[in-house]
Design a protein around this ligand. Sequence first.
Ligand code: F6R
Length: 365
Amino acid sequence: ELGLYSHFMQKEIHEQPQAVAATAEVFLDGGFVPENFGSNAREVFQSINSIKILACGTSYYAALTAKYWLESIAKIPTDVEIASEYRYRDVIADPQQLVITISQSGETLDTMEALKYAQSLGHCHSLSVCNVMESALPRASSLVLYTRAGAEIGVASTKAFTTQLVVLFGLAVTLGKLRGHIDAEREHAHTEALRQLPGSIQHALNLEPQVAAWAQKFAQKSSALFLGRGIHYPIALEGALKLKEITYIHAEAYPAGELKHGPLALVDENMPIVVIAPNDALLDKVKANMQEVGARGGELFVFTDLDSHFEAAQGVHLIRTPRHTGALSPIIHSIPVQLLAYHAALARGTDVDKPRNLAKSVTVE
Ligand code: F6R
């Protein structure tokens, strides 16, 4: 079943061009139409005033990324919450809010209970983004769109995450179009971006030898910091989670602008710092944040795309990711952080597919 691969995680990382292409097909063949999400989705999408996304772990980071798309492309106020927190607090119900749950397994207990709680409060519109057909969450939701990642066996989620992002991007474009925020030209640009995505992911996968060389250094460390800004901040969070889960190295992620409000105190020459820094509107801000770190002796490992005018320097290592892919850039930058964690785990000899203390599907509280 593993074929040429050593681990399911490695296989699943490399399956992402096909998994993403299969998931994107819904929008590429059928267009950005509400019916992709269910026969009554048009009516629901026209009536909602806001979105709440509930999820856990990596699926929660997909939700954080989606918030940027839903607000910038679809112009719908979107709020994201960890399911295990939502289910235990006093929530102000809003029947015009669409509640989205995101789950690879569709069986995560906290996410399921959060959905039931929302429904008990009178939230009637629910959408499930899920990878397992007919699992608990899609069965309990009025609308559903499945990711087509195929079975994910490695405990650390990889292809489920990037395919969730494809569905959520498609949702944002669908809502933006339906609600009159996207003209034909923009829609065409989004379609083309989605069409080219699998190829760009393949280019990112080709960086594996360079990323593996970095990973040897990380394997020696006891701690690492991940930085990003804007839509790349959730990818920094995901990178830190992947590293923690499979290497047991302590890792934290921060929006780079928060450094001086505390975490800068952690930085010295023993602290590797991963920066997700593609050429977007925030690049100059990120560069300034990097100088703050560099001045304290921190070693910087920067993922930046071909368009950014960055130079490697003393204490600054660069890997160039494929040419900037606009709104889909977070999907591309998921790949190198997955590879970094995978190769650091290999170097440390941990059980990559079955990290200690973790289960693939968390059906207990
Ligand atoms: C991380 C990971 C977990 C899951 C989380 C939610 O690599 O796999 O954080 O993302 O347990 O699981 P699902 O998506 O099945 O609800």
